[in-house]
Design a protein around this ligand. Structure first.
Ligand SMILES: Nc1ncnc2c1ncn2[C@@H]1O[C@H](COP(=O)(O)OP(=O)(O)O)[C@@H](O)[C@H]1O
Ligand SMILES: [Mg+2]
Length: 240
């Protein structure tokens, strides 16, 4: 479970201070699928970096699974990231000339996972995103944008994270392939029980989550439930 208590973040340089988050308080339960929505510059990525233990807040408390990680050292934060969190970004950040399978195995190579295990874990992650098996040996620059994002999601899954943070994951996709990616997140949430936090500036995208936290000028201005747009028709996977 995630609990933020009055989190603030101010970027400071020699000449100036830029207050970005101005007192954020909310709770997200295990297994929730929440969107954080707000216009450009509202502080979404800053908030995601804090939620993902990539950066620390200036003030306030962040409780993750009951532990106050606000005061953790960089080493302790990196343990948290490795144990619990998967990241997906707008840019897919794949190695273009490596195969799909190798891209997904990469974090396991760094983690020194035994060779035999790597392929098994990566294959499971790819299946879980619905990536067609006949593409696994393609180079990652030879597949569609929607498939690239699914490979990036598979790569985020190999450490079996309970929490997935996705920052504008459909930002580089047309709406049809974007929807396939949103369906993938819905399946990871509903069928695998992973907590998902989806960051977006678009209402249409946010409505695929079950709850929307609206961020404006560094504050949560609305916390709403709505009729979720459902995509999971899993057999659609090969549509792109
Ligand atoms: N490392 C940084 N140093 C200084 N200012 C930053 C830094 N990162 C972001 N900002 C500023 O913080 C504000 C919010 O940025 P960001 O969190 O990226 O918003 P969003 O993701 O909603 O577009 C912007 O005004 C941005 O210029
Ligand atoms: Mg951003």
């Amino acid at each position: 479970m995630i609990e933020l208590r009055n989190i603030t973040k101010t970027y400071e340089s020699d000449e100036m201070k830029t207050p970005v988050l101005k007192g954020i308080t909310f709770t997200i339960k295990d297994g929730d699928f929440v969107a954080i929505m707000g216009p450009s510059g509202s502080g979404k990525s800053t908030l995601m970096h804090i939620l993902g233990a990539l950066d620390s807040a200036s003030t306030g408390q962040y409780l993750l699974d009951g532990k106050n990680i606000s005061d953790f050292t960089e080493d302790q934060l990196s343990d948290i990231r490795r144990e619990k969190i998967g990241f997906v970004f707008q840019a897919f950040n794949l190695l273009p000339r490596a195969t799909v399978l190798r891209n997904v195995m990469l974090p396991l190579i760094y983690a020194e996972t035994p060779v035999k295990e790597r392929e098994k874990i990566a294959g499971r992650a790819l299946l879980s995103t619905g990536m067609p098996e006949d593409r696994w040996n393609h180079h990652s620059n030879q597949i569609s944008g929607g498939q690239m994002q699914r490979v990036a999601i598979a790569r985020a899954l190999v450490n079996n994270p309970s929490l997935i943070l996705a920052d504008e994951p459909t930002g580089n996709l047309d709406s049809k392939t974007g929807n396939i990616v949103l369906g993938t997140f819905q399946r990871l949430n509903k069928e695998e029980g992973r907590t998902i936090i989806l960051i977006t500036h678009e209402l249409d995208v946010a409505e695929h989550a079950d709850r929307i936290l609206h961020l404006k000028d560094g504050l949560i201005v609305k916390d709403s439930l709505h009729h979720t747009k459902r995509i999971i028709k899993m057999n659609d996977y090969d549509a792109d």
